[in-house]
Write a new protein. Structure first.
Length: 311
């Protein structure tokens, strides 16, 4: 009740007769006061009776609400009769706006993994905090110890990155499978065929580390098919070590794959998440190593090069 209504009731209960107002109208509607028609005076009623009446009304409304809530599961079950041939995958996705939110959700899903953890990491390799790397190794070992398979897909440029190579060596020795692939591919992580983590491509201006946690069964199953197709095209990490003799580096092959697909050097740089200067430098180095003068000659050589079969 408003303070004006409380004051009006106290006034009437004390024997006063205020002029009709919004406050007295509200009191009359609640059954707290009554105005005598013959002389316009006010009579106060026992507030306990009014409270009892209001409580009865509220309980009746609550019972009706509970009854309506109880009908919801029954209505949902009717969907089977409406469309018996359609399967619904459940909640679709959740936007995770920060690195901490992504890492927390990924960590929870990975810790509970019992069947498989599949990851695709297309980004250019970079040195990371050794503590973060050690934590990643520990989590992978725990996942393997739980009996789940671990398969990781990296860009071919990662083979020549010492920190990444050391990390991969540890997890491969523990039983993980690792492969490499030239060119670009989508970043993703799939846990137990039920959780899919992908980058943000929807919310504009979001944090660079933002992403989505997808749990729709159809979407996750589709992502597993995509991962499998990429995995089948990739080469085993152990077949791409530094002792393999090639005319090109993994980074150069990535760039050539992009140019062959029709992308410009600028577009290739953006797709590979490296600078255009790096693309130009790699192509220049390759051109000199091959003894060629133009990029056209390099691309003509690439069309029949045995390096095309390397990751």
């Amino acid at each position: 009740m408003a303070s004006t209504e409380v004051a009006a009731y106290q006034s009437i209960a004390a024997g006063e007769h205020p002029e009709p107002s919004l406050a007295t109208d509200r009191l009359a509607a609640l059954g707290l006061v009554e105005r005598r028609p013959h002389d316009g005076s006010w009579v106060a009623h026992d507030p306990r009776a009014a409270a009892h009446s209001l409580m009865g009304d509220a309980l009746a409304e609550l019972r009706e609400l509970v009854t309506r809530i109880h009908t919801i599961p029954t209505l949902a079950e009717l969907s089977v009769d409406y469309d018996p041939h359609r399967m619904y995958g459940g909640p679709a996705s959740e936007f995770l706006p920060t690195r901490d939110a992504m890492n927390g959700c990924i960590g929870d899903a990975s810790a509970a993994a019992s069947m498989s953890v599949l990851t695709a990491q297309p980004g250019a390799p970079a040195d990371r905090d050794p503590r973060v790397v050690a934590l990643g190794v520990q989590r992978t070992l725990e996942t393997l110890d739980a009996g789940a398979e671990v398969r990781s897909l990296y860009t071919s440029a990662a083979v020549s990155h010492s920190q990444t190579a050391a990390y991969v060596g540890q997890i491969v020795s523990a039983g993980a499978e690792v492969r490499t692939l030239s060119g670009t591919f989508p970043r993703m992580m799939i846990v137990d065929g039920r959780h899919l983590f992908v980058e943000n491509h929807i919310v504009p201006g979001a944090d660079n580390d933002a992403g989505w946690h997808v749990t729709d069964r159809g979407c996750v199953a589709w992502a597993e098919i995509v991962f499998g197709a990429l995995w089948d095209r990739a080469s085993r990490w152990t077949d791409t070590g530094p002792d393999i003799v090639t005319a090109t580096t993994g980074r150069q092959r990535q760039i050539l794959v992009e140019l062959e697909a029709g992308y410009t050097k600028q577009q290739a740089a953006r797709r590979l998440e490296i600078s255009e200067r790096t693309v130009t430098g790699e192509l220049s180095a390759l051109r000199k190593a091959l003894g060629m003068r133009t990029l056209y000659q390099v691309m003509a050589w690439w069309a029949t090069s045995p390096d095309r079969d390397l990751p």
